[in-house]
Design a protein around this ligand. Structure first.
Ligand code: AMP
Length: 292
């Protein structure tokens, strides 16, 4: 079946109803477009796991706290559709702003706890915007499974929380971060990096992986975090917003590596903000009862 580009919730629901009546399972992959191999890996996972796949494309103004970032965000719908079509995706749901937030729209979904700190502290309103649009996309599509990247790890935890709290009947599947060969996590914003910045960018992942190894080897948490922040500045990042070790589920700060944790960072290169995160907490450490 060829890819259908759908603009309205009514059209989307009509198609989903047909699949439902036939007893088929449905997967949704929410995106803001400018699709790269990271998005495609989510789509492939969805295709392998469900009978019908909906990819959504909506550059959600509510989650941009910075108007310049929203204006500069790449918009490449025709290319995106061309990438999805041969894969066997059923629907590209690409509504406009009016369809998503029509006249009188007044509701906001706000998740406390996991959305606080990290990106939440540096991007006011961002996670309310994410939570609101994701709630709408899940309810609009009625999907059984929704696929999100670990690249945006805090977002993944916010989505898991809202789905659980609001009893939305969907299973959230987290998918691993896809990286360039030099380690840089793929992102739609990478196209904005100058050649010089592109040379510096992979240091973010390298510094995180090195810190994770040192933490897993039992090094002192705060000293390693501080050295890693300094390493980012020394590598040429202009502002280091945060580099933190957090519980991988609650995202509460971790001072002692006695449970699965995540090392997360955000830093600016010129006008581009990069984020990345890596898991910390080898099985051996956990089995041996943790490290002080
Ligand atoms: P975005 O279009 O940036 O909103 O991302 C849409 C989805 O793709 C989100 O669930 C992201 O976490 C995921 N994603 C973005 N970049 C990557 C990547 N490099 N690897 C895996 N998933 C990603």
């Amino acid at each position: 079946m060829s890819l259908a580009i759908v603009r309205t919730v009514r059209d989307l629901r009509n198609r989903v109803d047909v699949w439902r009546r036939a007893g088929r399972t449905i997967g949704v992959v929410p995106t803001m477009g400018a699709l790269h191999a990271g998005h495609i890996s989510l789509v492939e996972t969805a295709l392998a796991r469900t009978d019908h796949v909906i990819v959504t494309l909506f550059v959600n103004p509510k989650q941009f706290n910075n108007p310049a970032d929203l204006a500069a965000y790449p918009r490449t719908e025709a290319d995106d559709a061309a990438k999805l079509s041969p894969l066997g995706v059923d629907v590209l749901f690409a509504p406009d702003g009016e369809e998503m937030y029509g006249t009188g729209f007044s509701t906001s979904v706000s998740v406390s706890g996991v959305s606080e700190g990290l990106c939440g502290a540096h991007r006011p309103g961002h996670f309310d915007g994410v939570a609101t649009v994701v709630t709408k996309l899940l309810l609009q599509s009625g999907a059984d499974f929704a696929f999100f990247g670990e690249k945006d790890f805090q977002q993944l935890q916010v989505v898991r929380r809202l789905v659980s709290d609001l009893n939305i009947p969907v299973e959230i599947i987290g998918c691993p971060t896809v990286r360039e060969e030099d380690g840089l996590a793929l992102s739609s914003r990478n196209v904005r990096l100058s050649a010089e910045e592109r040379g510096i960018a992979p240091r973010l992942a390298k510094i995180l992986f090195t810190a994770a190894e040192r933490l897993e080897a039992g090094g002192p948490v705060e000293a390693i975090l501080e050295a890693s922040r300094r390493a980012l500045s020394d590598a040429g990042f202009d502002t280091v917003e945060y580099l933190e070790l957090r519980d991988s589920e609650t995202l509460r700060p971790v001072e002692r590596l006695d449970r699965p944790a995540r090392l997360l960072a955000a830093a600016w290169l010129g006008a581009t903000r990069l984020i990345d995160n890596v898991p910390v907490g080898a099985q051996g450490i956990l089995q041996s009862g943790g490290i002080t």
